[in-house]
Design a binder for this molecule. Structure first.
Ligand code: DC
Length: 206
C-alpha cells in the first residue's frame, strides 16, 4: 500500500506520516528533507538558491547530510522552498522518491507533490492542512527552548511566504489531488489528528 501525505509547511503532515508508517508497518520518507539537503548544500557551497545551476549542483549531496539537525531549521526550510522551484532540481530528486514509493510492500511519503506527481496511483492520498495562524503557533512552540530569537509574527510571515511559493510555482505546485482526503488539523490535537488520518486510510483502502 502506498500512502501519499501532502500539505503545507507545519500542517502536521510529517508527524502524521510517521504515525501512519508505524501503525501500518511501512517505511516512511520525508521528501522535504531532500529539498532541505539541496538548499543547505547550495548555501554551504556559497551558491544562490534562486539560481537553477547552483541549485542543481546542490542535488549532489552525501546521504549522511540527511541526518544533520541543521536541515530542520526555518532558514533551511526557506532555502528548500527556493531550490524546489527549479524543474531541474525536481527532476533530479524524482527517481529517488519514486523508487521509494514503489518498493515492495509499499511506503508512506510526505511532501507537496506526492499524490499529484511522485505517486499519482497511490492507494491512499491525504492532504493535511491547518490555518496559517495555527501552523505558526505550533512552529513557535516547537522552537521554544531552542534559544531561537524569532517572534510569532515573523514565523507567520515566513509560513505565508512559503505557502505562496510552494503553491505558486509552475512545476509540481502544492495542490490537493482530486482524489485526496483533506484533513484540517487547525482544531485537532496531535493524537486526534493521527486518529483521523488512520481512520481515513482505513476507509480509503477498503
Ligand atoms: O516539508 P518541508 O517543510 O520540509 O519542505 C521544505 C520545502 O521543500 C518546501 O517548502 C517545498 C519543498 N518540497 C517540495 O517542493 N516538494 C516536496 N515533495 C517536499 C518539499
Amino acid at each position: 500500500m502506498i500512502i501519499a501525505v501532502d500539505g503545507p509547511t507545519a500542517s502536521g503532515k510529517g508527524t502524521i506520516a510517521k504515525a501512519l508508517a508505524a501503525h501500518f508497518g511501512l517505511p516512511c520518507l520525508d521528501t522535504g528533507l531532500l529539498y532541505r539537503a539541496v538548499g543547505y548544500q547550495v548555501e554551504q557551497a556559497g551558491g544562490d538558491a534562486d539560481n537553477a545551476a547552483d541549485a542543481l549542483a546542490g542535488c549532489d549531496f552525501p546521504d549522511s547530510l540527511l541526518a544533520n539537525p541543521d536541515l530542520r531549521s526555518e532558514a533551511t526550510g526557506g532555502l528548500a522552498s527556493r531550490v524546489s522551484v527549479h524543474p531541474e532540481v525536481r527532476a533530479a530528486l524524482l527517481e529517488r522518491q519514486r523508487a521509494f514509493a514503489e518498493q515492495e510492500g509499499g511506503a508512506v511519503l510526505d511532501g507537496r507533490d506526492i499524490g499529484t506527481v511522485i505517486a499519482p496511483d497511490a492507494d491512499v492520498k491525504l492532504f493535511i492542512t491547518a490555518s496559517v495562524q495555527a501552523r505558526a503557533k505550533r512552529r513557535w512552540l516547537e522552537m521554544q527552548g531552542r534559544e531561537m530569537e524569532i517572534t510569532l509574527d515573523e514565523i507567520e510571515h515566513d509560513i505565508a511566504m512559503r505557502d505562496a511559493r510552494d503553491t505558486g510555482r509552475k512545476d509540481a505546485p502544492l495542490r490537493i489531488a482530486p482524489d485526496a482526503r483533506v484533513i484540517d488539523t487547525t482544531a485537532l490535537g496531535k493524537e486526534e489528528a493521527i486518529a483521523a488520518a488512520i481512520a481515513a486510510v482505513e476507509l480509503a483502502r477498503d
